[in-house]
Design a protein around this ligand. Sequence first.
Ligand code: APR
Ligand code: PHB
Length: 398
Amino acid sequence: MSDAGLPRRTQVAIIGAGPSGLLLGQLLARAGVDAVIIERQSPDYVLGRIRAGVLEQGTVELLEHAGVATRLHAEGLVHDGVELAFDGRRHRIDFADLIGRHVTVYGQTEVTRDLMNARAALGAPTVYEASEVSLHDLDTDSPRVGWRDAGGRHELACDWVAGCDGYHGVSRASIPASVLRTYERVYPFGWLGVLCDTPPVSPELIYANHPRGFALCSMRSTTRSRYYVQCGLDQKVEDWSDERFFDELRARLDERAAAALVTGPSIEKSIAPLRSFVAEPMRHGRLLLAGDAAHIVPPTGAKGLNLAASDVRYLSRALVAHYRGEGSAGLDGYSARCLARVWKAVRFSWWFTTLMHRFPDTGDFGQKIQEAELGYLVGSRAAATALAENYVGLPFDD
Ligand code: APR
Ligand code: PHB
């Protein structure tokens, strides 16, 4: 043991205590694989980030397997469909009827909190507020992680490094540029989001296409709503009073929803840019990337957290099989396997973003084309099924 009470060596060093790192740590701990998590921020900072809140059925099953689904089942809202609003009307996509599956509305913050509590209950080691995190010897069998905290400089030796440190982390940046290939699309708008303690405007989510721009009515519970409007990248949160936000939201909804909207003081308001990004490969030597460290999707369709969970599902199985002496096929095939599923979700969220938003060159013609595609989508069982399958989550390849 080192001065900080941490082991000097572990099997898996996990960089980042977001949903990816915490879920991986939990699945490994339950399978008897040792891991240490090293996180740059404090727990409160990690819990303060407001993110999407729609879980695919496969994500819920993985959280069950990880033993962290009790509160999710008690408090999460099962949704059997979503609504698409365009041309002044709303149309329901009925997941239950089309594919017999559903999604669960439960905030990412709550998933993170449940995972943090489970880790604390296990007494598994986590370092918070670690600065200057650095990765070494990734192309050897004994990589090392270094960092600094209030107690000074530390080093941890390990067999594997799991890079779960998000888009701005050190892990992806540690892969040589000659090896890494990145793919990116930046969208020319952002989402202005508001959280407030008011009942949701409708029992299910409403995705609205409108000539003024996209809008989304979501929720965290039956008493807490999450609303978004598409906005310009030059917009500032300070310029958006609650009144201006709700006026704009109302203007983009159908009449019935606009009339039913209950407004209240915002408890959070922020602007997020939209981007699609993929880094390949997701493994370099002993470093394995998972979640936002390897890919970003625009929030339309809420795939970010679900993709992170799907990486962690493949990664945890591969590591557990390795330590059980069942071979390294899972680790060798990790990158290709993840990326096949990642690109399908990248495609879906790009398509849904493109269909629902106003682009600088959309114009009257583009608006009509979007409405025609939406009309086809809600009128064709085949097209609606394709949306439902992707929204609820594509199957895993095992
Ligand atoms: N060293 C240690 N930790 C770091 C470093 C670093 N150099 N850089 C970043 N981190 C931490 C961040 O503070 C954060 O807590 O890594 C964590 C990464 O968490 P997320 O960004 O939430 O990424 P991930 O766990 O992959 O979760 C993906 O979160 O961003 C959303 O839409 C995304 O819902 C998806 C989910
Ligand atoms: C959210 O509730 O924050 C949310 C829901 C669905 C999305 C994006 C965000 O597609």
